[in-house]
Design a protein around this ligand. Structure first.
Ligand code: C2E
Ligand code: MG
Ligand code: MG
Length: 701
């Protein structure tokens, strides 16, 4: 027995719990030293009056405590526990968790109450703080027009605030059960919402915050933001969770609209480049995981769209684009993507193509869908398009690469005359790379002063003397050396760089000619200068403005001594517009030359309407005329034609004396060719002007 007591005392001293033992017969309580310590009293164990304890209990708790004790005096009362406040000797309040049990005597009546007390002040204060913050939170939520909910996890009942019900169009009497909430959640969002709640209840997240969709009673869909926090017991077990529900439908809608706008084209409503690239990326991923079949990327460009747009106006232009978009959309199969990439350029992702043949077939199908008559204004127009195809399975890493290759193929379809389908191949890629490098270099060439003009003499067939020059562009490339036009003009045309280059050339040539004319001797005063004008300049640049600017810069220059060389094929692309533009150029006093004449398809009716001064017979007809053959006849006919139209004739590419003799039999006014001189650098041309040599034996011989 003594041992037992000793163990008991040791246990008491070791533990944090304070012990009390109330002898109901003597009405004295044994307090352990720890109990007295909790109350702020010094000293060891003590047996004293209950007042020592009960006299310090908080007035709000005292009745309740007494009631509990009273309850213990009945027969076979169960153990009790309750929390109450006591005032310590220093005046501060301390929360005690008091547990106890009644011990019956021989007659079954309780003779003692025995139990423990523990200091739970810290937890109580924390709970209090939490409650206060929850109250604040709830108030804030109410202010923010949110719905509130409070979920008793032990009874599984949820309190829904009136605003909560109103937001969802629920009746006031709706069941206080979680089902009221969860059965209204859109099915697709339910699992994620439950996961988010679960993650907070297990303590994985500090609070609940989740967006999901619910059905309003009227059937509409709402986007909601739920926020909440769990209330936990000491051991962390959640017993309650409460929070707010906010209607974020308007914001979500705006976000989705923004997202839609960011990924779609405003005019046609089709996906845009960004979305297409994303889809191609996904297709490439599938391809890499070897799960998907092959697919193709198509780039489709409407032929002559710019002409349509310029001539018929932007309203009809838009009509063409929208019609094309609709036709493509209709022609595509489920899972394919049609996107609008730029003005008249559409990109397509076509699934399930097994090989080159089926890719081309698919491309044709789209091209055919577009190539239907369309009514614009009062007329039917036939649309055609050029399509480039790139096929997956060639080890593409990035979507951009596929688009680039499709675009290269499309470009080839364009330059091949349009209205056709081209497939990308590796050679095209190498060529494109070369072009790209050249393009990069060319961009800096003008500013770096690498471009220069060579001048080729043009001879008067009547006098045999120098009559003028043709300015021909050369590029002194820092690594490749002197480059001929055939090596860089095509790239310049493709990239549009020809426009600034051509401007530069005209300025430069005019300046040179003005300097020669200032020499004031009989030859140089009447020299003319032929300058080539590119199709791009003719179609896109303000050529009239440029010529006016050049003439302004050199007031001494006779406008008629400037000859603009325009190629025949160029004019026929849009003859009506060409006539207008040529008239305006003529009004400035400059002269016009039809270059490479005979190689294009000028209709005679138009030729007579073109205000052209000179026809330049193409070299291919001139070379070899002396040996007879078809060339000679053509040259003869061109001569007659020019005569009838009151145009002068220049023969290009004269390399031999017999050619000269033949041309003399025709009304040929000027000759140009290696026989008289090759294109030469400025200084050499300058020497020729000053020397004024006889370049051709006089006719008299
Ligand atoms: P083009 O305007 O028809 O120029 C005549 C071309 O024929 C020149 O070639 C000239 O060197 C060449 N040629 C002249 N006589 C003979 C001959 O007797 N035999 C042979 N085999 N060839 C002869 P080039 O300088 O290589 O220029 C080629 C083309 O590049 C030009 O043809 C013109 O279309 C274009 N080009 C040259 N400079 C410019 C320019 O400043 N702007 C534009 N847009 N194009 C230019
Ligand atoms: Mg020329
Ligand atoms: Mg020519």
């Amino acid at each position: 027995m003594e041992q037992l007591i000793e163990r008991y005392e040791l246990a008491i001293r070791a533990g944090r719990e304070a012990i009390w033992d109330w002898d109901l017969r003597t009405d004295q309580i044994y307090y352990s030293a720890r109990f007295l310590q909790l109350l702020g009293l010094p000293g060891g164990d003590l047996t004293a009056s209950p007042d020592l304890w009960l006299g310090r209990v908080h007035p709000d708790d005292v009745d309740w405590l007494n009631a509990v004790f009273q309850g213990q005096l009945g027969e076979q009362a169960p153990p009790f526990h309750l929390e109450h406040r006591v005032e310590r000797t220093d005046g501060s309040w301390c929360w005690l968790l008091c547990r106890g049990v009644a011990i019956p005597g021989h007659d079954g009546e309780p003779v003692r109450l025995v139990g423990s007390v523990a200091d739970v002040t810290e937890r109580k204060l924390a709970e209090e703080a939490l409650r206060r913050s929850e109250e604040r939170y709830a108030l804030a939520a109410r202010g923010a027009n949110d719905g509130l909910w409070d979920w008793n996890l032990e009874t599984d009942e949820i309190y829904y605030s009136p605003r909560w019900k109103q937001m969802l169009g629920c009746a006031d009497a709706v069941a206080a059960s979680p089902r009221t909430w969860f059965e209204r959640v859109v099915a697709a969002d339910r699992a994620e919402l439950e996961a988010a709640i679960g993650a907070h209840l297990t303590g994985d997240t500090g609070h609940l915050e989740h967006e999901f969709r619910m059905r309003h009673s009227d059937g509409s869909e709402l986007w909601l933001l739920v926020r909440g926090i769990a209330v936990r017991l000491d051991d962390g077990r959640p017993v309650r969770m409460a929070g707010s529900l906010t209607d974020v439908t308007a914001r979500k809608r705006a976000e989705r609209q923004l997202l839609f706008d960011a990924l779609h084209d405003g005019l046609t409503g089709l996906p845009n480049r960004t979305l297409l690239i994303e889809r191609i990326g996904q297709a490439l991923d599938r391809d890499r995981r070897a799960r998907g079949g092959q697919f193709a990327v198509l780039l489709l460009d409407i032929d002559r769209f710019k002409t349509i747009n310029d001539s018929l106006g932007p309203v009809d232009g838009d009509q063409v684009l929208m019609t094309t978009a609709a036709r493509l959309d209709k022609a595509c199969h489920h899972g394919d993507t049609v996107a609008r990439l730029s003005a008249d350029e559409f990109g397509l992702l076509v699934n399930e193509v097994d090989d080159i043949a089926s890719a081309v077939t698919a491309a044709r199908r789209f091209a055919d869908a577009v190539a239907q008559p369309i009514r614009l204004g009062d007329d039917d127009h036939l649309l055609t398009c050029s399509v480039g195809v790139a096929l997956s399975g060639s080890g593409y890493a990035a979507p951009d690469d596929m688009l680039r290759d499709a675009s290269l193929a499309m470009f080839r379809a364009k330059t091949g005359g349009g209205n056709r389908v081209e497939l990308f191949d590796g050679q095209l890629h190498r060529h494109a790379l070369d072009m790209l490098r050249l393009e990069t270099d060319l961009r800096t060439a003008i500013d770096a002063g690498e471009l220069c003009l060579f001048y080729q003499p043009i001879v008067s067939m009547a006098t045999g003397r120098l009559a003028g020059f043709e300015a021909l562009m050369r590029w002194r490339h820092p690594r490749r050396g002197l480059m001929q036009p055939s090596e860089f003009i095509p790239v310049a045309e493709e990239t549009g760089l020809i426009v600034p280059m051509g401007r530069w050339a005209l300025h430069k040539a005019a300046k040179r000619l003005a300097a020669w004319q200032r020499l004031r001797d009989p030859v140089s005063q009447h020299l003319f200068m032929s300058v080539n004008v590119s199709g791009k300049q003719f179609a896109e640049d303000d050529l009239v403005g440029l010529v006016a600017e050049v003439l302004d810069a050199h007031p001494s220059l006779d406008p008629a001594s400037i000859k603009l060389e325009i190629t025949e094929s160029l004019l026929m692309q849009d003859p009506e517009r060409s006539v207008q533009l040529m008239r305006r150029l003529k009004a400035l006093g400059v002269r016009l030359s039809l270059d490479d004449f005979g190689t294009g398809y000028s209709s005679l009716s138009y030729l007579s309407r073109f205000p052209v001064d000179t026809l330049k017979i193409d070299r291919s007809f001139v070379s070899g005329i002396a040996e007879g053959g078809g060339g000679a006849e053509i040259v003869r006919i061109i001569g007659v034609l020019a005569n009838a139209l009151l145009m002068e004739v220049t023969a290009e590419g004269i390399e031999s004396q017999p050619e000269v003799e033949f041309l003399r039999g025709l009304p040929t006014h000027y000759g140009q060719g290696f026989l008289f001189g090759r294109p030469m650098p400025e200084q050499q041309a300058d020497r020729m002007v000053r020397r004024d040599p006889l370049l051709l034996e006089a006719v008299t011989s």
